[in-house]
Design a protein around this ligand. Structure first.
Ligand code: AMP
Length: 363
């Protein structure tokens, strides 16, 4: 995948059909590329933003090969794309390199990877049986969280264990897990970077993030003094991660800001929900810079353009009345993803508010 930048009219392939794919496709099309999406049948909201969307399963090797043969570069918007599907695509066409996916798909391997780079993690233990779980709770203690090692997202595949006593009522879920000690954090923040093919790395400002039931609901900038005092250390880990993986594209690492310093939680080898604010709030959005990076174009500036930025997710049925937001003060920027069903806990859209005033009380 070395060589000259992709010329206008070239084709970018995106694995996965969710909202991240939709926003990536919009950015790619704006830069003059064609986009072909690929993903299993379902509510593929990226499809309407792609020139073409192939609804085929991850196991359909011929369809994947045909998809790849019509693309110039292939990326993903969804980190749980099975590696076997990614392996059906010539490695030279993939950006980022699939090694990033292999590491980030497994909570144990991503923690070991960043620990090797000197990052702190919450105490954790691998759990592959009821006995492992008992031992893990004894050694790590409670409160804690049992998480499936693979395929979890937005708080799914997680069980909170408030006390040792309550651990007795929980059975091993039958899939490899890790048990993690609960971190008493002050706030959470993410480091989002883009790395170009030439190795240049740029960071966006870090937002302070709030989760509810394991799902991101709110990101805000400025992130506050504690986060700002820990961002350099967290960026160093993120940059080393990107360098070691020879990463190309947008990479996200999530941290807990604690009194003892930043504690790594997890990484996402893709654009991230906590970076949606960059569409209106930064010189270049995470989506555009991901496309620029994988296409070999110069990276865009990542500076924040406003004194304060606030991004809130629109979840479940709230989407049905989301247009009322447009009537609110402060020029809210509404993004609805066009999902057909608004079930509880499903991310349906987001709204970003920007202001030139620091500390303005954004709703
Ligand atoms: P994850 O899927 O690991 O990103 O977890 C989702 C969210 O659950 C995090 O962003 C936190 O809000 C919360 N969480 C996960 N792990 C921990 C932990 N070890 N300690 C405290 N909160 C956690």
């Amino acid at each position: 995948m070395a060589g000259a930048p992709l010329t206008p009219g070239s084709t970018i392939g995106i694995l996965g059909g969710g909202q991240l794919g939709r926003m990536l496709a919009v950015a790619a099309i704006q830069l003059g590329y064609r986009v072909i999406g690929y993903g299993p049948a379902g509510d593929n909201v990226a499809a309407s933003s792609c020139d073409e969307f192939i609804e085929k399963g991850w196991g359909e090797k011929d369809a994947l090969a045909d998809f790849a043969s019509r693309c110039d570069v292939v990326t993903w918007e969804f980190e749980n794309v099975p590696l076997t599907a990614v392996e059906a695509i010539p490695e030279i066409m993939l950006a980022p390199h699939p090694r990033a996916l292999a590491i980030a798909q497994d909570r144990l391997s991503e923690k070991r990877f960043v620990e090797d780079l000197g990052a702190r993690c919450a105490p954790y233990s691998r759990v592959e049986s009821d006995d492992d779980f008992t031992r893990a709770v004894e050694s790590v203690g409670a409160p804690g969280i049992l998480k499936t090692a693979r395929d979890g997202y937005d708080g799914k595949g997680q069980w909170r264990i408030p006390t040792l006593h309550e651990a007795q009522g929980i059975r091993f879920p039958g899939r490899p897990c890790i048990y993690e000690g609960m971190v008493g954090f002050e706030t959470e923040f993410s480091v989002i970077l883009v790395r170009g093919k030439d190795g240049e790395v740029r960071f966006w400002d870090s937002s302070a993030n709030t989760h509810d039931g394991g799902m991101l609901v709110h990101s805000v900038l400025p992130a506050g003094d504690l986060v700002e005092s820990q961002v350099d250390e967290a960026r160093k880990i993120a940059a080393q991660t990107a360098e070691k993986l020879k990463y190309v594209g947008v990479l996200t690492l999530e941290f807990f800001a604690t009194k003892q310093g930043p504690i790594f939680n997890e990484m996402a080898p893709r654009v991230h929900n906590s970076g949606h604010w960059t569409i209106e709030g930064a010189a270049t959005s995470q989506f555009e810079n991901h496309i620029r990076a994988i296409a070999g174009l110069p990276l865009g500036g990542t500076a924040t353009r406003f004194a304060s930025v606030d991004m809130r997710n629109i979840v479940g049925n709230d989407a049905l009345s989301a247009h009322r937001i447009l009537g609110e003060a402060g020029e809210p920027h509404l993004h609805l993803y066009g999902k057909r069903e608004a079930h509880e806990g499903r991310k349906m859209g987001h709204v970003t508010r920007v202001s030139h005033d620091v500390g303005r009380d954004l709703p």
